[in-house]
Ligand binder design. Structure first.
Ligand code: GDP
Length: 203
């Protein structure tokens, strides 16, 4: 276990990539609103207050950096897929995501958080299309796994994996639960690999 994640602290909120802090490496988290992204970040850092969990849609459209020290960061990207969002706002989100994912040099990987009961919604595919333009590897966190049975969860992981592969999207996947702190070690291994070059545990 790498305790570095438990020391994560808020660093900055940026509207533009040019305002983001200087970094060695960072891992970004993206997800449809209400998918459980903030809860996942809080669970991985054991800090219930780090990323703000909220039901209020569209509040933060900023790139939030959390420092782990020595130039390493976890990054909370703006949520997407809010109901009743204007076309203009949607366009702005897409431009901001493209700018971030394509041009952010220290980006070492992208974690896309999806509700295990509603994976791969059309807006998720929009994000994955943008991710495909970047060099950042992809890890899919299928969260709220406590809401469904264990075997059903594994079935969803396999199905999502197959659907991504069918579209030529390379990704690693796992189930996760913030409520039960399930899947934390697996997620930490991916972060360790991307941020600190630690080898992934062999399966
Ligand atoms: P975000 O909009 O993606 O940041 O989503 P939040 O982290 O704010 O979570 C949205 C809602 O789902 C909140 O009511 C959370 O309490 C709930 N939630 C998040 N993760 C889990 C989980 O693993 N299990 C369960 N049962 N609920 C969760």
């Amino acid at each position: 276990m790498n305790p570095v994640y438990f020391s994560a602290r808020f660093e900055s909120s940026s509207a533009l990539v040019s305002q983001c802090p200087e970094a060695t490496r960072e891992v970004a988290f993206a997800g449809r609103s209400n998918a459980g992204k903030s809860s996942a970040i809080n669970t991985l850092t054991r800090n219930g207050k780090l990323a703000r969990t909220s039901r209020t849609p569209g509040r933060t459209q900023l790139i939030n950096h959390f420092t782990l020290g020595e130039g390493r960061f976890l990054v909370d990207l703006p949520g997407y897929g809010y109901a009743q969002v204007s076309k203009a706002r949607q366009g702005a989100w897409k431009r901001a995501m493209t700018e971030y994912l394509v041009s952010r040099e220290p980006l070492a990987g992208l974690v896309v958080v999806m509700d295990i009961r509603h994976p791969l919604q059309p807006v998720d595919w929009q994000l994955l299309e943008i991710q495909q333009l970047s060099d950042a590897p992809l890890h899919v966190l299928l969260t709220k796994s406590d809401k469904i049975g264990r075997s059903e969860g594994l079935r969803v992981v396999r199905r999502v994996s197959d659907e991504l592969a069918a579209e030529g999207v390379e990704a690693t996947l796992q189930d996760f639960s913030s409520l039960k702190a399930r899947g934390v070690a697996d997620a930490h291994s991916v972060l360790d690999h991307w941020l600190f070059d630690r080898p992934l545990p062999t399966e």
